[in-house]
Design a protein around this ligand. Structure first.
Ligand code: BES
Ligand code: MN
Ligand code: ZN
Length: 501
């Protein structure tokens, strides 16, 4: 989808060439510049006076061929205090009225009188509402909305925020695309190809196969992959936007392209949803798409262990003990707790980059869905500053998280008599014990774990990937880039900067 930004008054918006016009109407517009006599404002105020436009946010007014308005369809929607949250809700509410009737190919979105955060929210909400998965349909009804022009009071100061929003939309859509693809169309090899497609846009990609991974000693990752006919892939992405010496942020994404549970087989009902079990990996790819578009001054490494979790004569069995890359041995009591097994080796591998932070992203536990539902991502962190930065980024991007604990007492559940650690710890606090398992593999590097089992996709009639937490990760990295290197004496943006230690 093509997005444009333009300086436009409401008056000018009415005479633009587009199939439809969506006007965001904050409460403040009700009585502001009463002298303004443009046709849209007059329409809104008359409807208000007549009681045909209620005051509640999300209320909308639609018209067909309104005299004096060039776009065939016009929808005006109230967005309350004009906050990002209200704008998001307003766009979602108005979308039904926009898409009713003949397809809308071009849309003009008027966002006058709104903050930059609200502008970003409008772009994101519009993209989300109009998104459509088409890849595996034989006669796809393509997304009809092809171009969006956003009208604001002054385009110049809004440009950077707008470009960010558009880049994040593209990253989020890449994540949705890969998470939505069925497992036979999104194999570990296909994921590696998707990563390779990012190459040459400021991103380097390296892909390891079973032989190399065995040679490295990633026994936990290999154990999960061994039951499948699909060869595993270990995908390494590198984005360099700052001086070479600057320590990178490492993102690690769980890439289970299908999770049957293995020998600890899952029930049949809704097992198809386990094609989304590579949503963490997809969000890492999506975040790299954002980096490729915006080129922020930061170094980022992406690590994606990708494989299927299948039952077979070669599959790992409950009770098997494997040796991880870290040297720690693991008793695999439940083969369905596979995410932590592929992640632990990737987390050990992450340390070779001497990162300033490691952030893993995973559809890790059903327990996190029970704890936080589909609203907030579970955020675990060994470092308070990192936790706060991620939570703040989530609030700013409308992709919210909630911090959960990491007390050492929780790790007691993982004790094993046959290995250094067991891969499961029983039902109590299942999201926390999973995080405690991962924590054993990160050493002293500041680390955060995002459990996106509840937020990466929706079930039910709107079944599909959400592209979360691409907005959170992108916002975090952009803010980190703006802040500069953590301990650098020179701003990160300066080329050939000093070593940062
Ligand atoms: N991929 C699942 C977690 C999951 C469950 C994601 C539901 C999204 C929705 C993960 O691999 C898993 O199976 N976890 C087990 C762990 C248990 C065996 C300790 C779970 O949550 O049941
Ligand atoms: Mn599982
Ligand atoms: Zn899984």
């Amino acid at each position: 989808m093509d997005f444009q930004l333009q300086t436009l008054t409401r008056h000018q918006a009415a005479s633009m060439d587009a199939d439809a016009l969506l006007v965001l109407w904050p409460d403040a517009a009700d009585d502001a510049d009463v002298a303004q006599v443009d046709v849209l404002s007059a329409w809104a105020r008359q409807a208000l006076a007549d009681g045909d436009l209620a005051r509640e946010p999300g209320q909308w007014l639609a018209a067909h061929r309104l005299p004096g308005v060039r776009p065939r369809r016009v929808v005006l929607v109230r967005c309350g205090d004009g906050s990002a949250r209200r704008v998001r809700q307003a766009v979602a509410a108005a979308w039904g009225a926009i898409k009713a009737g003949a397809p809308v190919r071009s849309l003009l979105l008027h966002a006058g009188g709104l903050s930059l955060a609200a502008l970003q929210a409008a772009v994101q909400a519009l993209a989300a509402a109009s998104y459509r998965y088409t890849t595996t349909l034989s006669a796809p009804k393509a997304r009809t909305l092809a171009s969006v022009t956003v009208g604001v009071d002054d385009a110049r100061p809004a440009r950077a925020a707008f470009d960010e929003a558009v880049a994040i939309v593209h990253g989020q859509e890449l994540a949705k695309e890969w998470a939505n693809r069925p497992a036979n169309h999104a194999t570990p090899t296909a994921l590696a190809d998707a990563a390779r497609a990012l190459q040459g846009r400021g991103i380097d990609v390296e892909v390891l196969g079973p032989k190399e991974v065995a040679k490295l000693g990633m026994g936990a990752f290999l154990a999960v992959a061994q039951g499948s006919e699909q060869p595993l892939r270990f995908i390494i992405l590198r984005y360099r936007g700052a001086a070479k010496a600057q320590a990178p942020v490492v993102l690690v994404g769980k890439g289970i392209t299908f999770d049957t549970g293995g020998i600890s087989l899952k029930p049949a009902a809704e097992m198809d949803e386990m094609k989304f079990d590579m949503s963490g990996a997809a969000s890492v790819l999506g975040t790299f798409e954002v980096l490729a578009r915006l080129r922020p001054a930061i170094n980022v490494v992406g690590l994606i262990p990708a494989c299927e979790n299948m039952p077979s004569g070669r599959a790992v069995k409950p009770g098997d003990v494997v040796r991880s890359l870290s040297g720690q041995t693991i008793e695999i009591l439940n083969t369905d707790a596979e995410g932590r097994l592929i992640l632990c080796d990737a987390l050990t591998y992450a340390q070779r980059f001497q990162p300033r932070a490691i952030i893993d992203v995973a559809t890790l536990t059903g327990a996190c869905v029970i704890a936080l539902g589909h609203v907030r991502t579970g955020v675990f962190a060994s470092d308070d500053a990192l936790a706060e930065a991620l939570l703040r980024a989530g609030e700013a991007a409308g992709d919210v998280g909630w911090r959960l604990p990491l007390d050492d007492e929780y790790a007691e559940a993982l004790q094993s008599s046959f290995a250094d650690v067991a891969n499961v710890g029983g039902r109590p606090a299942g999201a926390v014990t999973a995080a405690k398992f991962l924590q054993r593999f990160v050493g002293t590097t500041p680390w955060a774990h995002l459990d996106i089992a509840g937020t990466a996709w929706k079930s039910g009639k709107d079944k599909g990937a959400t592209g979360r937490p691409v907005p959170l990760l992108a916002r975090y990295l952009l803010d980190e880039a703006a802040r500069g290197a953590p301990d650098a004496a020179v701003p990160a943006r300066r080329r050939g900067g000093r070593r940062t230690g």
